[in-house]
Design a binder for this molecule. Sequence first.
Ligand code: SAJ
Length: 435
Amino acid sequence: MSLNDLQKKAKNGTLKVGVVGLGYVGLPLAVQFGKKGIHVTGIDVSPEKVASINAGENYILDVNDDELKDLVRKGLLTATTDYSVIKELDAVSICVPTPLRKTGDPDISYIIAARDEILKYSHPGLLLVLESTTYPGTTDEWIVPAFEEIGLKVGEDVFICFSPERVDPGNETYQTHNTPKVIGGATPNCLEAAKAVYGIFLEKIVPVSSTQAAELVKLLENTFRSINIGLVNELAIMCHILKVDVWEVIDAAATKPFGFMPFYPGPGLGGHCIPIDPIYLSWKLKTLKYRARFIELADDINTAMPEYVVSRITAALNDRSKSVKGSKILVLGVAYKNDIDDVRESPSLDIIDLLIERGAIVVYHDPHIASVRTALSELSSVPLTEDLLKQCDAVAICTGHKSIDYAWLTQHSNLIFDARNATRKEGKHEKIVRL
Ligand code: SAJ
């Protein structure tokens, strides 16, 4: 099938699309195609995910339960663990994880595994779009040559692109269909193929000149966040030394209507994007004999924040003639950011272990997370009651969930270390020490 045929199928709605990886990126993407009347097959290694989808049961926050049920009922959305369906598909998007290895190096094994399965069932006319965040060169070095090697000419027989996912879980304003989508093609024809297919549901496509540019766009977006968060985390440390309120300083700076964007200090960097994506970039440059110093410095500062927060909690207890050792400390909030139920890379988990190492009796409460496993403990969320607060020598606010009543918390706590300025409405208070 030629580019022209693919474009025609995209136009007349007879296109058949596949999405590999049915997580917080892949499932919303699949649903967007289905909602436009395109038959979409989800492919995942998890039989549980596949069974859930085929039963019309949703498991992703940003997907509407009834929409998914309706698409499955109409036969527009099906799921399978069997990659051979790709023989029947015109386009496939890869939305698999790209974590770091224990060594701190990029782990693109999920991309390679998906690629190898897709290769088995590839055919002329197939469009392949990699969405997983990865270092510049991944598509050109690991995907394109593999298809050329089996005799499929990229840009003529098959079309290969990179298009970074820009899913912000829980964001009610910007979702998959109305977030501008950057796309870079291995060749101009590849880009045209992806524009035709993604243009079915996307409001805005941002074409760039290469797959490397598209890969780098995403890394810039998240490195920008990591470095600015590192800056304000170091500002918090400097403000403490200067005895200035860092939260007041940032809020006042944020009144500048141009040339400034507020970021806020915290207990460290969590999530599966911001702590990881910049390292993909610095690792790639290291292989090219360049040291990305900004990225490394921000990573040093951000990863040292849990230790810094524990040192501040220790000092606050000490000022009240208490030691961490033997103190009962409530960690309030273990999710990696406010009002979500995700603990991946959460700095709260490091803070729990650092306090345990110093002999504290640690409990946690998080309305969104029933239980957590850290390196040193397995804990369940305890009910947040007046009694509990009375028994705790300190409360460490590590995530500022909106559902908590911070006035009530202040009233009944002995000491609060607030790493998120969640108690801002309480103003200066003898029980509250802030980052
Ligand atoms: N954080 C701070 N201070 C800040 C902002 C964030 O300490 O000023 C911390 C958060 O508490 C969290 C970590 O950084 O632990 C990451 O927070 P995030 O707001 O960047 O949220 P993420 O990790 O969910 O990032 C995602 C990213 N989306 C994609 O990669 C597609 C990111 O690009 C988005 O900008 C971000 O959501 C968003 O804006 O919510």
